[in-house]
Design a protein around this ligand. Structure first.
Ligand code: SAM
Length: 295
């Protein structure tokens, strides 16, 4: 996979050379290039930001600098486009909490990299997005700073047929997109075939698969540590019972912390024991998805 990252702090990504990510670069599984956005400026101060139109605090990243950079990396000629400054259209996008902002791919140009901007006011980046993006050939990340980037940038490149995604990594605001890009990159690349030493370790993880749950608790040796034991069943050697115990623990853990994930399970895929556990936790398991009683 080719990965390009544009940032005003490209040195931030030197940390990627460690651990499994570093090994994947070394083995040629990943080809990562970082770019300094300021290389596309023309003024003596190398400025990439300007004051917000309409007033207000902070600075906004300029579209001209980003566009010169992205045109180069995407090999696109600058064009004037019919202005789609359609507030209804952009608010429809930002209200979306499903994949509709990110986007109808049928019109996107598959020969171009997927262009990804981290943005706290975009749909949440999930394991599903990471899984989909782990199959891409080429990703291009643009790290925002200050109050963010001019909103016309993603609109312009979508209009050029580029598959543009904007993702938030959580309900909080960071200083810049570098951390968010690092988070997305870790989540995406570890799902690539050949990335993990043991590919089985990503099969049964939290948020993974069609019927995603939080994972069961994990323990290692010693079986007793500072007076604390592990559940007896885990040392019984009975794999059937161990699997059932872990599955029930995953269901109970998810019920406690993320009942929204239980409510998305497909009832048809639940076995008798799953149903029994869910019912004991107050879920009705009929119809297409479980429903919490007394909600
Ligand atoms: N004014 C923006 C707002 O209130 O939504 C915040 C801008 S933030 C200080 C600067 C940049 O950091 C953003 O453009 C984005 O690239 C990145 N960023 C900050 N928080 C993020 C989050 N939760 N998820 C993804 N990117 C984030």
């Amino acid at each position: 996979m080719k990965i390009d990252i544009v940032s005003v702090f490209p040195e931030y990504f030197e940390a990627l050379n460690v651990g499994l990510f570093g090994k994947a670069i070394e083995h040629g599984l990943l080809d990562v290039k970082t770019h300094d956005l300021r290389d596309w400026t023309h003024d003596v101060h190398h400025s990439v930001d300007d004051t917000p139109v309409g007033g207000g605090a902070g600075m906004v990243m300029k579209p001209e600098v980003w566009a010169e950079c992205l045109d180069d990396l995407l090999e696109l000629e600058p064009v004037e486009i019919a202005d789609t400054n359609d507030v209804a259209d952009s608010s429809k996008q930002s209200e979306s909490d499903d994949d509709s902002e990110n986007p109808d791919l049928s019109e996107a140009n598959p020969a171009k990299p997927i262009l990804i901007f981290p943005n706290p006011s975009a749909p949440l980046f999930t394991q599903r997005d990471a899984t989909e993006l782990s199959r891409a050939d080429h990703l291009l990340f643009g790290c925002g700073r200050y109050e963010g980037y001019d909103a016309r940038i993603p609109r312009y490149y979508r209009a050029q047929g580029v598959d543009v995604r904007e993702y938030s990594i959580g309900d909080y605001v960071l200083n810049g997109g570098e951390v968010a890009v690092s988070v997305m990159l870790e989540a995406i690349t570890r799902l690539m075939p050949g990335f993990m030493g043991n590919p089985d370790s990503i099969v049964e993880e939290s948020y993974t698969g069609q019927n995603a749950l939080l994972e069961h608790y994990q323990y290692t040796k010693p079986a007793i540590w500072r007076g604390m034991g592990v559940p007896d069943v885990l040392t019984s050697g009975d794999h059937g019972n161990v699997n059932r115990f872990r599955r029930d623990e995953a269901i109970a853990h998810t019920d406690r912390l993320r009942p929204d994930l239980i409510a998305q399970l497909d009832c048809k895929s639940l076995d008798k024991a799953d149903r029994k556990t869910l019912m004991s936790l107050g879920w009705e398991v009929s119809g297409s998805h479980p429903r919490k009683l007394n909600d």
